[in-house]
Design a protein around this ligand. Structure first.
Ligand SMILES: [Fe+2]
Length: 209
């Protein structure tokens, strides 16, 4: 066990950088070995759960959520991303209500809990009578020590109420996911899911704060 309780914040950030790099090295190797398969994405999820168990490395103070008077209720902090934009890891820090429509990712995706709860609901596409729709298949409450893993075409929605910090990891950076779709339940149609903007830099040495 490390003695990070007595370490300086800078030391903790350096240790975090090393731990994230080691996890992402393993995740690249897992994808190379197992491919983008159920076994592969579940192994990636498990490696991220192991990373998140190093709790002393992820102080909530380093990843503040938006203030109460801000319009948005969550920030994404980039923790890792390859030069070709593959293997992107983010910390999502939320405070309040956060919700997404049902959507896919067009790359593999994992969510792992650290603090608070993120309710993940999973869906299948339906086309009854020629009309697009979705049917819920199962759900999972992502919290510390647990996570979920999705193949590129799998569908989920996210629901958070309150304070939460979770890790989101994708086979390709969110800014590059141009073809994600979400389901509009009012119009009963699939629409383009806009790229995420305003991602904050969470990597040591690249931070603006
Ligand atoms: Fe998602």
């Amino acid at each position: 066990m490390s003695d990070t309780d007595s370490s300086s914040p800078d030391q903790v950030r350096l240790e975090r950088t090393a731990a994230v790099a080691a996890a992402m090295d393993d995740i690249r190797a897992i994808e190379a070995d197992l491919g983008i398969t159920r076994a592969g994405v579940e192994a990636i999820r498990d490696r991220l759960v192991a990373l998140s168990s190093q709790r002393e490395l992820f102080s909530l103070d380093d990843f503040p959520s938006p203030d109460a008077d801000e319009k948005r209720t969550s920030y994404l902090y980039r923790l890792s991303q390859d030069a070709d934009d593959r293997f992107a890891l983010y910390a999502q820090s939320s405070n309040g209500h956060v919700e997404t429509p049902v959507h896919n990712h067009t790359t593999w995706a994992c969510v792992v809990g650290f603090h608070g709860q993120e309710h993940n609901r999973f869906f299948e596409r339906t086309n009854e009578g020629g009309e697009d729709g979705v049917t819920e298949t199962h759900d999972h409450m992502v919290e510390a020590g647990t996570g979920i893993a999705m193949l590129p075409d799998e569908l989920h929605s996210i629901h958070i109420d309150g304070e939460a910090l979770n890790f989101h990891c994708y086979g390709l950076a969110l800014e590059r996911l141009d073809e994600r779709e979400y389901f509009n339940p009012t119009e009963k149609t699939w629409k383009s899911f806009a790229n995420v903007s305003g991602i904050r830099e969470g990597r040591v040495g690249l931070q603006s704060c």
